[in-house]
Ligand binder design. Sequence first.
Ligand SMILES: Nc1ncnc2c1ncn2[C@@H]1O[C@H](COP(=O)(O)OP(=O)(O)OP(=O)(O)O)[C@@H](O)[C@H]1O
Ligand SMILES: [Mg+2]
Length: 472
Amino acid sequence: MRSIGTRLAAWYALAATVTLACLFVVGYQLLQSYLIHGLDLLNAAEFEQIRARLGPDYKTLTSEVINQRIRETTEYASVLFYIDIHSEQHGTVFYSSNLQGRAIPDIPGKHTYDAAIAGVGELRVAEFVLPPFDVTIATSASQVRKVMEGYIEVCSALLAAMLVVSVIIGFGLSRLALKPVRLIRETANRIRSDNLSERIPVGQVRDEISELARLLNQMFDRLEYSFNQIRRFTAEASHELKTPLSLVRLQAEKLLVAGDLSAAHEDAVQMQLEELARLNRIIEELLFLSRAEARVITLDLKPLDPERFLHGFAQDARVLAEHHGRQFVLTREGEGTVAFEDKRVRQVLLNLLANAVDASPRDGVITLRSSLAAGLWRVSVEDQGPGVPGEQRERIFERFVRLDNRGGDDKGSGLGLAICRSIIELHHGRIWAESGADGRGLRVVFEIPATQIAVDTTKGPAEKTRPAPELA
Ligand SMILES: Nc1ncnc2c1ncn2[C@@H]1O[C@H](COP(=O)(O)OP(=O)(O)OP(=O)(O)O)[C@@H](O)[C@H]1O
Ligand SMILES: [Mg+2]
């Protein structure tokens, strides 16, 4: 049982049922002893009646008279009592006919006890002395047994009902008791890098849970501070690096233009320029990501026709794909307009296309699908490459994550998909990766709401992207 709520409910139900069971056991003992005591009182009352009927001069009476008197006394109660009166001197002076010739068992040293006679049943026996006679009176205990059996049946039903009710009450109580914990979990779950200022609400009551919430909030304070430091550092470092980098590039270009370098030196400077361009691109991308995180990027959203936009993109994409020996296919469904910034979405598609080209085998088909339905524009780019294992598909959207799955001379920096995610989230959409058709290749999908009511980039992304269920 993983849930604390379930465990609490189970413990509560167990404790309540066991307590009730103990009470029933005590009740059973008490009830049984009261009933048996009642039988003993009955036997004693019958004895008193016999003694009264015999009178104070019973010692002078003959056995026949005694028998006669007792028979008259006990006639009415012959179904209730089993009586045996005997003495050493006179032998048996009275013996109830309902005993059917069987003797009442005797337990030496005991005056009241339980016994059973075959054909008669269970009896409660009491022995009395009426000198010189020993009087043994027994009464049927079968009613007591029936009452006790009924008690057990009722108690079992009550215990079963108690178990069900206590499980329900236990669940209710545990839900109530764990409500603050759920609140902490939900809030903590919402707190992410783009939402670090949110805090867990702390109640007025000072208990263990509010103390935990306070400690977690303090931890979030420290985390937010560290995150902000890192963000500021990235933004400032990228910004500060740009100027010296441009100077180095200018110097290198100047050296090339001067034309007094040897062929080997010219190659070296050329290589430096290429690496500088790459470095510049990384800095630009980091700056973009920092600004997107700081929500200072404003999109130029216009209602556009995705069909026209994709038609233009497909022409370039086809040329690019064919240049690398890949095929490019575009499929479109649905009509309408979508508010998006074409430059940014084009950047996303180019990133996805570049990844697909890198991953595809020669002559591999890269498919771009677009569908516009139910207020959602959905676009996917699918290739026939090696794909990405399920557990890594979310990771590839993190910065600088590059998997060793494309082989060859991979010069990527691992920022492409992080930028794609930022751009799509700025459009209040989401992006994720899944496996391609038949489990082959990779399909990267993004969705953008067709109509965005408020174009407000100061708001956070609508929802952090999460992988959608696999289609294939
Ligand atoms: N279509 C794909 N097939 C297989 N792996 C992919 C695919 N697209 C991305 N990946 C994996 O995800 C990693 C991250 O991709 P991303 O686009 O973010 O970075 P990059 O392509 O390596 O560099 P950059 O795009 O910044 O030049 C890639 O290095 C690659 O390992
Ligand atoms: Mg890339």
